[in-house]
Ligand binder design. Structure first.
Ligand SMILES: [Fe+2]
Length: 318
């Protein structure tokens, strides 16, 4: 496979305080250099026999390949981040920044601080959309690495010295301020609009229990913190509890195979939450049984281990 060069996205003569000479050198030497390195590494990897190549050789080439690939991707994004007046953030973009950072100003301060922190270092400050969470975050990526898995960067400032030394010398602060004055926000918003169309990673889907109401562990924790009256039933199988050592604080263990023995203890005026070990079957089935008997019962998705994974309080299981 041969990677293709992207034409320069911004118009160098239209930039405010960044010289065409700097952009030309950056594009030709650093972006072009990364692309050529990427193609050379790709060819070298394709010619290797992975069955006989020493693992450390393959590992090194793959690390270099990911750095070169990220460098080309981030440089393309960098040039596509420039060319505007930096001031007017279009409505949809401003709303997204307000939602995830509190205000456009707060976003700006954090982004500038991240870039400034790289002044004596090498790396990128990025504004990245994370489809899993449906939100934007600022991040740094040192040495073309540390990109967020599944994240889609929509704005990038290059903090390698080659990005500013020709025009600004060692004055990274002036470079960052100039970059901010040249952000092409309409293009950033266009990338944001594309990014939000990316579906989040598929979640666990339990078709057989699709119509049983569930609660996330976070929702249950919030309910307990708010002091909402609730009855929590640990319905892990008996054989499991004999080796288990802990139980969710506030829960009582009840044998899921003997619901008839304990259902009479429950109040119909308070909601019931059931759970099992991982949240696949027993907790869901117990919730169904209780709902059929007229209780407002739900199961806690993810079960005992999801509760422990959010550091929900547990006590010794007696
Ligand atoms: Fe660069």
């Amino acid at each position: 496979m041969k990677y293709q060069l992207a034409p320069l996205f911004c118009r160098p003569w239209a930039l405010n305080g960044i010289s065409p000479r700097l952009i030309e050198s950056h594009y030709e030497n650093n972006y072009g250099g990364a692309l050529n390195r990427l193609n050379a590494l790709t060819e070298e990897l394709e010619l290797l026999d992975p069955a006989t190549t020493p693992a450390h050789v393959l590992g090194r080439l793959k690390r270099e390949e990911s750095a070169a690939l990220n460098s080309t991707l981030l440089h393309e994004l960098y040039f596509a981040s420039l060319g505007g007046d930096g001031r007017v953030v279009p409505d949809a973009m401003a709303e997204a920044l307000m939602r995830d950072f509190g205000s456009v100003d707060r976003w700006r301060q954090e982004f500038i601080a991240l870039a400034s922190g790289l002044a004596n270092d090498t790396g990128w400050a990025l504004l990245t959309y994370v489809p899993r969470d449906g939100r934007l975050i600022n991040q740094t990526a040192m040495d073309h690495r540390q990109s967020i898995a599944g994240g889609i960067p929509i704005l990038a400032i290059d903090m390698y010295e080659h990005a500013y030394h020709l025009d600004f010398g060692a004055n990274a602060t002036a470079y960052i301020a100039t970059f901010m004055r040249n952000i092409e926000w309409n293009a950033v918003q266009g990338r944001y609009e594309d990014a939000v169309k990316v579906a989040p990673p598929r979640r666990l889907e339990q078709k057989e229990f699709g119509d049983v109401p569930a609660m996330s562990v976070e929702e249950v924790a919030a309910m307990l913190a708010a002091g909402t009256p609730v009855q929590i039933i640990d319905a892990r199988p008996r054989h499991y509890t004999t080796k288990a050592q802990d139980i969710m604080e506030g829960a009582v263990w009840r044998d899921p195979e003997r619901v008839d023995d304990w259902i009479g203890e429950l109040s119909k005026t308070e909601p019931v939450i059931t759970y099992c070990v991982y949240g696949f079957h027993i907790g869901c089935q117990t919730a169904i049984t209780l709902r059929k008997a007229g209780f407002d019962a739900r199961y806690m998705a993810g079960g005992h281990y999801a509760w422990k994974a959010i550091k929900g309080p547990v006590k010794l299981l007696q």
